[in-house]
Write a protein that binds this ligand. Structure first.
Ligand code: GDP
Ligand code: MG
Length: 162
C-alpha cells in the first residue's frame, strides 16, 4: 500500500488534516532513536483507493523549543518512507524561515511532492496563499483542515499519484 507523509513545521495543521482523513489509527507508533518523539500512522481511502498516512512531528506539543535539526530529521525519515509527500504550510502565518528550511529538503526529493496551503478558511486567505509561490515549488492546493474546504480536490490529485 502506498504511503503518504504529511510534513511541515509545527502548528501548520498536519495533525488536524491527519485526523480528518484517517478512518482508523494504527496501533504503531514508531519511536526512532535519535528522534525525540513518534510518528503516527493511519489508513485512509478516497474513491476506493487505499493509502497509509504518516503524521510527523509530535515533538512540538507543549513547547516552543523546537530545534530545526530535529524537524529536518523527522522530515527526512518521513520522506524516505513515503511514496508521496504532502508539504504543509499555512496561510495564517505566511512563509516562515522554517518553511523555507523544509522546502529545501523537499525540493531535492525525487518523489511527488504536493504543496498544501492550510488554514485557507475564507476568501482573504486565498489571496494570502499566493505568497507560497515564492517557495519555488510551483502550484499548491489550498485547504482548510478545519472546515474541509479543498480537501476533496487535494485527495483527487493525491490518489492519481499513488
Ligand atoms: P501540527 O503541529 O502541524 O500538527 O498542527 P495541528 O494540527 O496541531 O494544528 C495547530 C493549530 O492550528 C490547532 O489549533 C488547529 O486547530 C489549528 N488549525 C489546523 N487546521 C486549521 C485550519 O484549517 N484553519 C484554522 N483556522 N486553524 C487550523
Ligand atoms: Mg501535530
Amino acid at each position: 500500500m502506498s504511503i503518504v507523509a504529511i510534513v511541515g513545521r509545527p502548528n501548520v495543521g498536519k495533525s488536524t488534516l491527519f485526523n480528518r482523513l484517517i478512518q482508523r489509527r494504527e496501533a504503531i507508533t514508531d519511536a526512532v532513536s535519535g528522534v525525540t518523539r513518534d510518528r503516527h500512522y493511519g489508513k485512509s481511502d478516497w474513491n476506493g483507493r487505499e493509502f497509509s498516512l504518516i503524521d510527523t512531528g509530535g515533538y512540538a506539543i507543549g513547547t516552543d523549543d523546537v530545534f530545526e535539526a530535529e524537524i529536518d530529521k523527522q522530515v527526512e525519515l518521513a520522506i524516505d518512507e513515503a511514496d508521496v509527500i504532502l508539504f504543509m504550510v499555512n496561510a495564517e502565518d505566511g512563509v516562515t524561515a522554517m518553511d523555507e528550511d523544509v522546502a529545501k529538503l523537499v525540493r531535492r526529493v525525487k518523489k511527488p511532492v504536493m504543496l498544501v496551503v492550510n488554514k485557507v478558511d475564507n476568501h482573504q486567505r486565498e489571496q494570502d496563499a499566493y505568497e507560497f509561490y515564492n517557495l519555488g515549488l510551483g502550484d499548491y492546493y489550498s485547504i482548510s483542515s478545519i472546515n474541509g474546504n479543498g480537501t476533496g480536490d487535494l485527495l483527487d490529485a493525491l490518489v492519481d499519484k499513488l
